[in-house]
Design a binder for this molecule. Structure first.
Ligand SMILES: *Cc1c(COP(=O)(O)O)cnc(C)c1O
Length: 347
């Protein structure tokens, strides 16, 4: 007999990417931003006072909400909920909308945290394969579920669905549509503009990738105030800590630095993609800060292991549709050069 509920026993949990402890590694396996956060973030974190540590933080992160509303051009602070990383918003959404009788649906392949959360919540997860060219499958809008999730740009395929198609989906689904925009900083457009039109839409944003704050744990939801109010009931009272709030507020206020970092990564993404293609990899255009490189007959797992032996870490997924591919985070020019140099020797 187990002490755990049956559905906890049933899942092995989400498997995060490896975090090596050696200092001298080329770490291209968890889609972190290779550049440091804005100098304004470093300053804000250094200025955190003893009183901020002693007291509870503002329970809704009001300063961040006000800054983000202004800097991202949203309707107002009431359109935003702060979360302990974007992942916490996913947990909150499953708890808020799903149970044994209320299912979730999402196109696959996608972020493998979704099925884990569905299992924990004991709700059915309807996995609909993407259409040709990773377009939205028609069945998704007709699934009749409480929560539909679209990861856009999608991980790990790096593909992007135009906001006009997301808009049609929002019109079609009966329940809530959550658009996971964790990687949207590296895409050409986004769905923020749709929030004003749809009372069933939630946009997920993360500060981990585009703002270099993966270690701080900060994400947020953008939705109409009524939906935000309901989500607030489900979150922990003090879900976002004082240091993360200070850092995220400074980061969102420095849009100029943010844009510079994103542009550097996009430029490197193009260059790295070209180098990998020249080595014989199949590299589809990416709207994210990583590439999904097809190994064309060579064993992805062996290349992954050879790279790891040289302290270069990329991500290999042991799933049927991904076994011949490597997911490679776009690093700095030097990191990408080291990767290419190593790959030349390996293959
Ligand atoms: C990184 C990521 C998130 C959120 O990550 P946090 O670090 O918790 O903010 C959400 N969805 C996808 C697809 C991601 O890759």
């Amino acid at each position: 007999m187990s002490y755990f509920r049956a559905n906890i026993e049933k899942t092995s949990g989400y498997v995060p990417g490896f975090q090596p402890s050696e200092a001298e590694v080329v770490k291209l396996n968890t889609n972190e931003n290779p550049y440091p956060p804005s100098p304004r973030v470093i300053k804000a974190v250094r200025q955190i006072g003893v009183e901020q540590l002693r007291r509870y933080p503002n329970s809704v992160g009001q300063l961040f909400r006000e800054s983000a509303a202004k800097c991202l051009g949203l309707g107002g602070p009431e359109y935003i909920m702060c979360t302990n990383g974007g992942d916490e918003l996913l947990t909150i959404a499953f708890r808020a909308f799903c149970d044994e009788g209320r299912a979730a649906a999402y196109p696959v392949p996608t972020y493998t945290l979704y099925p884990v959360l569905a299992t924990l919540q004991n709700c059915r997860a309807i996995e609909v394969p993407f259409g040709d060219g990773f377009r939205l499958p028609g069945e998704l809008g007709r699934a009749g579920v409480a929560l539909t999730i679209v990861c856009n740009p999608n991980a790990p395929t790096t593909t992007f669905i135009e906001p006009s198609a997301i808009r049609s989906l929002a019109e079609e689904v009966g329940g809530v549509l959550l658009v996971d925009e964790a990687y949207v900083d590296f895409a050409e457009s986004n769905c923020l503009g749709l929030v004003e039109k749809f009372d069933n839409m939630i946009i997920l944003r993360s500060m981990s990738k585009g703002y270099s704050l993966a270690g701080m744990r900060f994400g947020f939801a953008v939705a109409q105030p009524k939906l935000i109010e309901g989500l607030m009931k489900v979150k922990d009272s003090y879900n976002v800590n004082a240091a993360a709030l200070a850092a995220a507020t400074a980061a969102v206020e420095d849009q100029e630095y943010h844009r510079e970092c994103v542009e550097k990564i996009k430029a490197e993404r193009g260059r790295l993609g070209g180098e990998l293609a020249a080595l014989g990899f199949e590299v589809p255009a990416s709207s994210t800060n990583f590439l999904l490189a097809g190994c064309r007959g060579r064993k992805a797992k062996e290349i992954y292991e050879e790279l790891a032996r040289r302290h270069i870490y990329v991500r290999y997924f042991d799933y049927p549709e991904l076994r011949d591919k490597l997911r490679i985070t776009v690093g700095t020019a030097q990191q990408n050069d080291k990767l290419i140099e190593a790959l030349r020797k390996i293959i």
